[in-house]
Design a protein around this ligand. Structure first.
Ligand SMILES: Cc1cc2nc3c(=O)[nH]c(=O)nc-3n(C[C@H](O)[C@H](O)[C@H](O)COP(=O)(O)O)c2cc1C
Length: 581
């Protein structure tokens, strides 16, 4: 029996943070620039180990990431660890206008505010430490701050149940960073960003031939202990962090004997984590804003209501190590994965002209399908990182895809849900299969027509939604998910949407176009377009893909080693402001 009060809190939060045509969700109105939170957390007093900055490798190819068994596992070294972080949470470039500059990262973030922080629990590693330790990732320095040293017996006990050379990667969110700009809706954006970061890490791991799985059994309380987020004394006067996930990462080839699947632990023993909390910790968190954060009570409430209790993963798949496959052939063509990851940017404007080929469109959509691969019935990368059944489907506004009629389309990411989606949507929809659509891609045309103005209007009047090749609404199974799993699933629905977004961002780059996540949209008007009248489905995130128009005023600087003699700001896209409430 789930806590119905918590579910009610979530549903209330979701309702009041909807943007409507005649009112935006409550936000701060004016931005208090002097109090803008820093996007960089650091722990004063914790030793910082800088990671080596590496040159660009020629492999693997981007498409190899999706070809099972074609990327052999790199050994875990300080260099491969550096690569994992470089391709996931590191700075990818600085942008500059006049004397102001701001950092962009491999993981995108709503408003470029970057609420997500990363932590590692890892064994002794030459160049990093001669004992296991808990580290905080510092993207500005591309370094790891050692927060705690973990004894060898404790590390061994904690990692029992995971493959050789496995380590843990944790993510947390600083809600204030987003709330400073977006007020009440910020909690949603923090979850999207966490989903993007999960995707960025899973895909970065794939470039090294590594696997990654979220530990679904973990309680948020255990994550707080593991990552040191509950250490009030270390956060005195500093903005607190909220636990999101811990994932286990390991070099795939080293798992088991390579022939049989091994079940992975889904949890950590809280008593062992408690022992880690009693180790010697170093460092005090920096304060991010000049003044006290503004309190957004509904965010505090929904954060409490969606805390993950221990256990409770019925209906989730049991995570297993993959069986080794060495027959995957690496491709010789196509862009290099690292290049695509580092060049990923959000488009600022679309040219309103570029179209994409139907074949490319279908391939992009195939990449967001978490379908089990026959005959192994295993989830493809990166969907193997999450163990729940897919809950998010795509409602598409197709504008310029060669060979396909413009109009409204639907991609059911779980084909078994097509009937349920049909019942929830307008009876007049056609549900016809578009020409050339692969038989295993459950994409259907709902209604032909010019949806450009509609898409722009629904995405808070942002022209990028109507001027691209296509844009989309991520429509989640909502009420049933809450009542099946409990209020904590709410955050995971956004993570799934964020992960879809991360896949599409890279797919767009690989196709020679560009993408942008769209967190600002008018919720219920979107539902009305699809005919959704109740809470069975809710749209959680929008997205657009098209031909980009660059802003010639912006200069791009290298991610590391550029002059610091300019004013740093965390925010890049001043033009995307939510109008005041
Ligand atoms: C969850 C999320 C929501 C976003 N919403 C919008 C949006 O509504 N409009 C927009 O122009 N950009 C939006 N963006 C793009 C961000 O502004 C962009 O990721 C950020 O400025 C960093 O730039 P980069 O993606 O080029 O690294 C969103 C990004 C994310 C991850």
């Amino acid at each position: 029996m789930h806590d119905t009060d918590a579910i009610e809190t979530v549903m209330r939060y979701h309702q009041r943070t909807k943007h409507l045509f005649n009112r935006y969700a409550p936000g701060p109105g004016e931005l208090d620039w002097a109090n803008q939170p820093s996007p960089f957390r650091s722990y004063a007093g914790a030793p910082l180990i800088r990671l080596p900055l590496l040159g660009e490798p020629k492999s693997p190819r981007y498409d190899d990431l999706y070809r099972r068994g074609s990327v052999s596992s790199a050994a875990l070294t300080i260099r491969s660890l550096s690569r994992l972080l470089q391709y996931s949470l590191a700075i990818s470039a600085w942008k500059q206008v006049g004397a102001t500059r701001w950092a962009l990262r491999c993981n995108p973030s709503s408003g470029n505010l970057h609420p997500t922080e990363g932590y590692l629990l890892i064994d002794a590693l030459p160049g990093l430490g001669d004992a296991p330790g808990l580290y905080h990732y510092a993207p500005r320095e591309h370094g790891l701050e050692r927060r705690a040293v973990c004894s060898v017996p404790l590390f061994t006990a904690l990692m029992r149940g995971f493959p050789a050379q496995a380590f843990l990667f944790g993510l947390s969110s600083i809600h204030w960073r987003e709330a400073w700009k977006y007020g009440e809706r910020a909690f949603r954006y923090c979850q999207h960003d966490a989903g993007h970061a999960i995707g960025a890490l899973r895909i970065a791991a794939a470039t090294l031939g590594w696997s990654a799985r979220l530990l679904h059994g973990l309680a948020d309380e255990t994550i707080e202990g593991l990552l040191g987020l509950n250490r009030a004394e270390d956060f005195a006067g500093a903005e607190r962090e909220h636990p999101d996930v811990v994932m286990v990462v390991w070099p795939t080839d080293l798992a088991g004997d390579g022939q049989a699947r091994c079940t992975l632990a889904q949890d950590l023993d809280p008593a062992l984590v408690h022992q880690l909390t009693r180790a010697r910790w170093q460092g005090a968190a920096n304060r991010l804003s000049r003044d006290e954060p503004v309190r957004w009570e509904v965010i505090d409430e929904v954060a409490v209501a969606t805390r993950k209790p221990a256990g409770e993963v019925q209906g989730f798949n049991t995570p297993e190590t993959p069986v080794l496959e060495t027959n995957g052939r690496a491709g010789a063509d196509g862009p290099v994965a690292g290049q695509i990851i580092l060049q990923r940017r959000s488009l600022l404007a679309c040219d309103g002209r570029t179209s994409i080929a139907a074949e490319r469109f279908y391939r992009m959509l195939a990449r967001v399908m978490p379908s089990d691969d026959p005959p192994t019935s295993r989830r493809p990368m990166p969907w193997d990182v999450m163990a729940w059944e897919p809950t998010v489907h795509l409602g598409l506004f197709v504008h310029r895809v060669d060979g396909i009629a413009p109009g409204l389309y639907l991609l059911a990411r779980d084909p078994a849900k097509v009937d349920r989606l049909k019942r929830a949507m307008h009876a007049r929809f056609e549900w016809s299969t578009p020409p050339g659509c692969p038989a295993d891609l459950p994409l259907r045309m709902l209604e032909a027509g010019d949806a450009r103005r509609l898409a722009t209007q629904l995405s808070c009047h942002q022209e990028i939604a109507g001027d691209g090749a296509f844009s989309l609404a991520m429509i989640a199974e909502y009420q049933e998910a809450l009542f099946t799993h409990g209020a904590w699933i709410y955050r995971r629905l956004f993570w799934e949407a964020g992960l879809i977004g991360q896949v599409l961002y890279l797919e767009a780059e690989a196709a020679g176009v560009r993408a942008t996540g769209i967190g600002c949209f008018f919720d219920d008007p979107v539902h009305r377009v699809f005919g959704i009248e109740d809470f069975a489905f809710q749209s959680l995130y929008h997205f657009t893909i098209g031909g980009a128009v660059d802003d010639p005023r912006l200069t791009t600087l290298a991610p590391y080693g550029a002059s610091a003699d300019v004013h740093e700001r965390g925010i890049a896209r001043c033009e995307w402001q939510q109008p005041s409430a």
